[in-house]
Write a protein that binds this ligand. Sequence first.
Ligand code: PBE
Length: 268
Amino acid sequence: AAAEPVGKQVNYQIIGIDPGAGLMKQTTQALKDYELTDWKLVEGSSAAMAAALDKAYKNKKPIIVTGWTPHWMFAKYELKYLQDPKGVYGKDEQIHTIVRNGLKEDSPSAYEMLNRFEWTPDEMAVVMSAVTDGKKPEEAAAAWVKDNAAKVDAWVKDLKEEKGKKLKLAYVAWDSEIASTNVVKAVLEERLGYKVEMLQVEAGPMWAGIADGSADAIVAAWLPTTHKDYFDKYKGKFEDLGPNLNGTKLGLVVPTYMNIDSIEDLKT
Ligand code: PBE
């Protein structure tokens, strides 16, 4: 017998993440542009999406999730991005470090460390995988900082300690950003003496916090596409310190055992 259409197999559902994520806006746009009128994007969180994927994968059940790279799920499961011939999910972009206006004057060493901070998807993967394997994020970050002393040395070289000075890092509980924010916190605390507070928020409040100064820095800005709305909304109210990671991707992700290759295949 002919296989059931993929929509029927997955109940016309795409498993999404937190509603403030750029990935959710892009996926809503994809449903429009590919005329997937019967389909629904399910809101949730990164963790809930990963749990749904894990469950489906273990049972070899069909599932479609919103996904991104860098993410540990590509190491743990055999997955593929659905092709996006209309280019809804944009091209390669970077993850940027953004700080509040005035941080340079108030906390020059932290500002300069944040300005120098950059790493690779492979390096981030080490921290992400350790967390997936059950390590606490702060422990995984501390281990990475210890194992990569030479790299970290360059981030703090010739910078003055600012003992006890407070700093707030805002972030969203996306796996990639849990990793990067914890690493930056560890370096600022261990190497420069700061007392760092991590504020876990949604994407909208994260950007608002940088703009109104209630947060000092974020290392979680996906630009130029994914967070374009936020970037434009708060333009002039923050300082963009440029990319801290290159080599990202976003889109719809399915297990390789599914017999589809393109978002266009969802129409049938
Ligand atoms: N993400 C991870 C975020 C940026 C980092 C792709 C889920 C987003 O879509 O906004």
